[in-house]
Design a protein. Structure first.
Length: 394
């Protein structure tokens, strides 16, 4: 046990300079005894757990402990017996990383919950995991939250140390001119927006390694672990999933031709759709549907999950319009319901607001049916909104 406490202390002491307080920290009801933090690989789930420990417990306080279930120790010792030892020593909060690497993890968490009523467990898992599925025994007791990559606002805060306010979609559409002016008095967003689009979504931009190569490695791990391992797909199908993802990436944003994808990948149309759903669950792609439609129907459009993914997959040849639409969808999709809109606009948000993404602010853009979103610092029209401001939603 002492070895785990030593590891815990070392990790807490060495999370700088990546210690940026994520938006989700204030959105969680920490009074619950079993909390799940889901997210795609690379978004900072481990750091999030360590941040919580650092904020709430003294360095030498052994009431809180971080463990990684990928440790070889847990091939022999059960999570339940480990929790028993921890509680016996006075432990109250167990931070459990990578639960999906542990066999029967949901059953073990359930036993811990039932046996140790004074123990709080916060665990992390892949975005692919569905906690409400009937085969999992914690669906009725676990409180699940989703951690996404950095918003544009968080990226600015992380690289400058300047804490900026987040805004609701309602605040942005009603008062965007004043909000943009307030932000621009504090920071020149143009200095950071292009960098964020290229390498600001995943927190590992802090690391002194080639970002694109690191991202490619992360994306491959998403395919091999978050999809194949968790979904229990045979290894022989990896090449087909990789090819499908690549074809979607180089075409995006686009309406998918499922029949052609089926022929190109050598799999059935139904399998194409299933694999696309897995890619979306792993947060590699986003599928956009008209209101009232959804999987297993064919999506109206397929986007990459975020703009960073577009550069290594398209080998740097990325159109500005594609980047702008992908950024908008990615940032809105965290807290809002986003659907395909009509002919005059691309996106409908919360069944209420319609948005058309333009490369520049054109004249005669007044419209009562939709808002125009442009890649510029500020706008003068009430229905024309700067694209970057939608990066301040969380």
């Amino acid at each position: 046990m002492e070895s785990f406490f030593n590891t815990h202390k070392y990790l807490i002491d060495n999370i700088e300079p990546c210690l940026y307080r994520r938006y989700l920290m204030n959105n969680i009801d920490w009074s619950h005894r079993l909390i799940g933090i889901k997210g795609s690989r690379g978004v900072g789930k481990t750091t999030f757990l360590l941040q919580y420990a650092k904020e709430n417990y003294e360095e030498k306080d052994k009431k809180c402990l971080y463990i990684n279930l990928n440790h070889f120790y847990f091939t022999e010792c059960s999570l339940v017996s480990f929790a028993a030892k921890f509680v016996e020593m006075g432990g109250v909060t167990l931070l459990v990383d990578q639960v999906f690497k542990y066999p029967e993890w949901s059953q073990e968490l359930r036993k811990c919950y039932d046996l140790y009523p004074n123990l709080k467990i916060v665990f992390t898992g892949s975005s692919v995991i569905k906690l409400k599925e009937t085969n999992l025994q914690i669906g009725d007791i676990a409180h699940s939250y989703n951690l996404h990559g950095f918003s544009f606002r968080e990226y600015i805060g992380a690289v400058t140390g300047v804490e900026l306010t987040s805004y609701s979609i309602e605040e942005i559409v009603k008062n965007h001119r004043a909000l943009a002016s307030d932000v621009l008095k504090i920071i020149d967003v143009e200095k950071y927006f292009e960098d964020y689009i290229h390498h600001g979504y995943y927190p590992f931009f802090f690391e002194k390694r080639n970002y694109s190569e690191n991202l490619l490695k992360t994306m491959n791990m998403m395919l091999e672990v978050d999809i194949l391992y968790i979904q229990e797909i045979e290894q022989s199908y990896l090449t087909k999933i990789r090819k499908l993802f690549y074809l979607l990436a180089i075409q995006s944003p686009a309406t998918p031709n499922v029949s052609q994808l089926s022929l190109d990948c050598g799999i059935s149309r139904a399998t194409v759709m299933n694999y696309m759903k897995y890619l979306q669950d792993a947060r590699l792609i986003n599928m956009l549907y008209k209101p009232g439609c959804g999987f297993p129907k064919k999506p109206n459009m397929v986007y990459m999950n975020n703009t960073n993914i577009m550069f290594p997959t398209k080998l740097g040849d990325v159109e500005s319009r594609a980047l702008n639409e992908t950024f908008f969808y990615n940032q809105l999709n965290v807290l809002a319901k986003v659907n395909k809109s009509g002919r005059k606009s691309q996106f409908m948000v919360n069944n209420k607001y319609h948005f058309r993404i333009e490369l520049e602010d054109k004249k005669n853009t007044k419209s009562h049916s939709h808002f125009v979103v442009v890649d510029t610092k500020q706008t003068e029209e009430s229905n024309v909104i700067p694209l970057w401001l939608f990066g301040f939603l969380y």
